[in-house]
Design a protein around this ligand. Structure first.
Ligand SMILES: C[S@@+](CC[C@H](N)C(=O)[O-])C[C@H]1O[C@@H](n2cnc3c(N)ncnc32)[C@H](O)[C@@H]1O
Length: 188
């Protein structure tokens, strides 16, 4: 009798554990998409590859350029710029994206010209840039404008995808950007 009761209690413990495990797994899976897009000053949104090409074309990226992508995500713009012969640097804070983009850089065979630095872009030294790219949010672009005007030499190109940089001198625009807006080319 006691043995049967003991088995029942054990079975109840196991089913409670399984139930709790399932609930925890559902909660983790449900929040994963939100966790994956989290970013300090802008969420992670990938850029379509045809837009990446348009950014490269509008900015005229080529050998001799030093290209920075502030908030480099999975590194696709860094790889594209390095493939066009530029020295390319991605600045990113989120470890999983840094790890992933470093693997993609290796697979693309552009490690000699491309790197990802784990830094907050507000604190990063970008003074050797000839081209800087942003795909963040208007308020973040506006805050970065002060850094550009202080730290970048006159003539440095700044490309903003999707969102404008209020108060900067616009040179050219390609309306075929992303869902959020065109690609805009500015100059310091
Ligand atoms: C919209 S994604 C842009 C990704 C990439 N540039 C592209 O166009 O495909 C913005 C990225 O900025 C990163 N980010 C946000 N705030 C940051 C900060 N203060 N310093 C460095 N990276 C940041 C996020 O982690 C995210 O990966």
């Amino acid at each position: 009798m006691r043995g049967t009761q003991g088995k029942r209690v054990k079975a109840m413990h196991i089913s409670t554990l399984i139930f709790t495990g399932i609930i925890v797994a559902i909660c983790v899976l449900a929040t994963l998409p939100f966790i994956m897009v989290l970013g300090k000053d802008a969420p992670f949104v990938t850029m379509p590859y045809d837009t990446v090409d348009r950014v490269m074309t509008l900015a005229g990226i080529g050998p001799g350029d030093v290209f920075y992508d502030l908030g480099s995500g999975d590194g696709r713009l860094v790889i594209a710029a390095a493939r066009r012969g530029a020295k390319a640097v991605g600045i990113e804070l989120t470890r999983v994206r840094i790890w992933y983009s470093r693997v993609l850089i290796k697979l693309a065979g552009v490690s000699s010209r491309a790197e990802i630095r784990r830094e907050d872009f507000f604190a990063a030294d970008i003074s050797d840039a000839t081209v800087v790219h942003l795909y963040l949010l208007t308020e973040t672009h506006e805050k970065l404008k002060d850094k550009f005007l202080k730290e970048l030499p006159a003539g440095t190109r700044v490309v903003a995808t999707g969102f404008p940089i209020p108060g900067m001198k616009l040179l050219a625009e390609n309306p075929e950007g992303t869902y959020y807006g065109p690609i805009r080319l500015y100059v310091v």
